[in-house]
Ligand binder design. Structure first.
Ligand SMILES: Nc1ncnc2c1ncn2[C@@H]1O[C@H](COP(=O)(O)OP(=O)(O)OP(=O)(O)O)[C@@H](O)[C@H]1O
Ligand SMILES: [Mg+2]
Length: 216
């Protein structure tokens, strides 16, 4: 007999996110989750989808270290669970026996705003300063490689993974899926630091050099 393969939407409904709106598909599946008036962003992957699973877990592991830093879309929930435990829906509360878990999911704060996706960069002095402090603090916590620019053949292509808050104008990082953790590799972390400042300069410069947002 065919076993019904439970969908990610069904799993998220069971976890308490019945109303979802898929976000544009990138590397991972992410959704806006609605509860009454509030919104958040949830991501989920199955262990067999290795790259996605790793990306989501890396994102959540990093977020756990930096939730107090301003300029980061904060983590609200992080769970790993197994379908064989589905009736219990064990909430593992951040420490887990990875070997037995089939899924990873996390929920992060929704930032109302616009993607800093084109080539417009960040212009406002306050916004640049708070963005700079945010990067510095992440580095101090052992996190680098913030993946703010998509590169093609060593050329900057476009800015991404940054959103500008619609009320405060503050830039927020919302995707640490590819970041490096100092505790995992000092070498990668160090390279990530250099890459981050290079990207920071490009993001800020591009706003001034190319006020019409033509090119990096
Ligand atoms: N916390 C958030 N608040 C508001 N919008 C968000 C948030 N997280 C993601 N988004 C929106 O969803 C889109 C995709 O998000 P995200 O980068 O997390 O997906 P992804 O699957 O990792 O994509 P990629 O692999 O291309 O980076 C973003 O461009 C952004 O517009
Ligand atoms: Mg992304």
């Amino acid at each position: 007999m065919d076993r019904h393969k439970v969908s990610k939407e069904e799993l998220l409904a069971k976890l308490g996110f019945p109303v979802l709106e898929p976000l544009p598909k990138g590397m991972t599946e992410s959704y806006i989750a609605y509860k009454g008036d509030s919104r958040s962003v949830v991501k989920i992957a199955e262990k067999s989808e290795e790259a996605k699973y790793r990306n989501i877990k890396n994102d959540a592991d990093a977020l756990m270290l930096v939730s107090d830093i301003s300029g980061i879309a904060r983590i609200l929930r992080y769970e790993m669970f197994s379908l064989s435990n589905a009736s219990k829906w064990i909430n593992l509360h951040f420490h887990t026996n990875l070997a037995t878990q089939d899924y990873v999911m996390f929920e992060r704060e929704y930032i109302p705003g616009t993607d800093i996706a084109g080539f417009h960069g960040i212009k406002d002095f306050e916004a640049i300063e708070s963005f700079r402090r945010c990067i510095l603090k992440l580095h101090e916590r052992g996190i680098s490689g913030l993946d703010m620019i998509e590169w093609h053949n060593d050329r900057p292509d476009h800015i991404y993974n940054l959103i500008q808050h619609q009320e405060t104008g503050q830039p927020y990082l919302f995707d640490l899926g590819r970041c490096y953790l100092l505790e995992q590799s000092f070498k990668a972390y160090n390279q990530g630091i250099r890459k981050d400042w290079r990207e920071f300069d490009l993001i800020v410069d591009s706003a001034y050099r190319r006020p019409n947002g033509i090119n990096l």
